[in-house]
Design a protein around this ligand. Sequence first.
Ligand SMILES: Cc1ncc(COP(=O)(O)O)c(C=O)c1O
Length: 392
Amino acid sequence: MDTNDKVIYLDNAATSWPKPPVVSQAMSEFLAKDAANPGRAGHRMAVAAEKMLDQARGQLTEFIGGTDSHRLIFTMNCTDALNIAFKGFLRAGDHVITTTLEHNSVSRPLQAMADGGFISLTRVEFSPRTGVIDPADVQRAIGPKTRLIALSHAGNVLGTVQPATEVGRIAQEHGVKFLLDMAQTMGVIPIDVVRQHVDMLAFPGHKSLLGPTGTGGLYVHTSVSVADLAAFREGGTGGDSSSPLQPRIFPYFLEGGTPNTVGVAGLAAAARYVQGFGPEKILAHERQLVQRFVDAAGDIDGVIIYGPTGANAAANRVGTISFNVDGHSPHEIGGILDEAFSMAVRPGLHCSPYAHKQIGSFPEGTVRLSPGHFNTSDDIDALVAALREITA
Ligand SMILES: Cc1ncc(COP(=O)(O)O)c(C=O)c1O
């Protein structure tokens, strides 16, 4: 098979690559054997496909400390999960608190609802030095109409991990629901939805969980009832066909249409791989690579690193960091790294314009480096050497 082993891939925050071989194996095995439409018929292939989905639901629910696997909804990606949550849960007149760290998949649906006069919105700022929000600011923003707090567990520009436990506690104390966007943390930072008071959790399957693109999920904890939600995608469910409306039972309530069974087969294999390897070991490796970059690139003339720097730059990060090279646009640096050095990094705004406004890199953005599970110290050393050459 033709592979891309000449490229140094450092764009795992967008989607992880490569995937563990068990992922494509599980997908081709499922395709070859059981890839019927789950639940749509009583035949053995449909039953096998349904069983595979159920097992994957159970496995991922356990991964996040959930209590009811029927409440884990498979989605196309994290954006899809966030839209299902926002559009299903929010009501006219609600006040929502979010932050300036958020990805457009949080910012845009909320801004559109605010512009339409449907909700009011407060964006809590983070500290550009630490890259972290202050939970006290979230508490201060709560008012009589606040119904939801939406927070990314780690921002995708600076990679800094947010105080989800404290925010969950504040939300619970004030009777406000808490939606956690685990786009950058699912698979590397453990979560317990019960202990950490997470009411809805959105995650992609294709980033740190190492699954295929086209996968993700939304877990709706028992603290949010069916009555609190509106169906987002109404259609076939494979059962209860006589009902004129979407059946109000999890997971079918939020899962209209044929699911991405092939993708979920790959996602389940990926999650087993991650669990077996150890999320904490994967995180430690990614942090070590980020720290190696900071230690080596920090003293190159003209290289500006955003967020925490110094000896503990990676201590509160996932494997993501942003930098710029003085006098060059991020797109220029990204282009040179790609064309002259075969390195895949991500230049620009990374779908998070508010974060760049706060760190002073708007509108050009930054160069984002996001090493993953399969990167090595040599990859980082090669990047640093390339930056030395570019800046010389
Ligand atoms: C913090 C954050 N939230 C949401 C998303 C959207 O995820 P997806 O690409 O799976 O839709 C991303 C993607 O990079 C992200 O970084």
